[in-house]
Design a protein around this ligand. Sequence first.
Ligand code: SF4
Length: 276
Amino acid sequence: MNYQTSNTNQPEPTSPILDKTASLVTVPTELPVGPLLQIKPPATGEPGIGAAASPMELIDWGLEKFSDQPIVLTTSFGMEGCVLMDMCSKTIAAKQLGKLKVACIDTGFFFPETKQLRQKLIDRYPNLDFITWETPVSIEQQRHTYGDMLWKNNPNMCCNIRKVQPMRENIVHYRLWITALRRTQTKERSDIPVLGWDWRYELLKFCPLATWTRGDVWAYIQQHNVPFNQLHLQNYPSVSCFHCTRAVPGSSPDSEIRKGRWAGSDKEECGLHFSI
Ligand code: SF4
């Protein structure tokens, strides 16, 4: 079953072959690269690119390099995702590439401010194709089956139903997954590669902002007048579902913290990027 609510004509999933160690810097010619991925080392004299390149350079490289492959940028409309949308939109315009799919997993528990932001982004970036993935389990069905507060009593199960399963169902249609992860966000994210093979979903995972700090992200937002969630101005450093997100007094938009998500528990990840 496909839980995607829009976005038709996706290619059939296949099984690409790529070594886990493939990186932007070294892709040996002997690597068993499948025909779908078409990753080749730069020809002699061709300028290369490395993981130390700037996010904008990485996006320029990635969107062009994989322009004949299905690419998706996933977002929950955090500040980092908004930055990536701005950068991707600029690259698409400059290089006259096709629209990029931008997928959000709608849990049914978005803040009104998040919905307003989504509309602002749609209006601002016509060369991005905003799509929504969601669980077929309605909030009513979840309540009936698991009780009224699954997000409190078993948040891992709630995240699994409302986020992880829709991700699994839909990500199979893509070859390159662009995400807004940064290394300084959580300890699990501290060594994420800029580009690497994701064994859970079996595709290349691209993290152009891996080396940026939250301060870098906020500076870009301001410099380029990128839309962002207004809750960040109300002491919400990180915004997810309204059930599990709290303001953190004293925090600011450039605060490098994720406290306020699943407050009162040691849960730090929803399960989309790391097993929970
Ligand atoms: S963040 Fe909270 S409400 Fe949202 S899916 Fe996870 S547990 Fe459920």
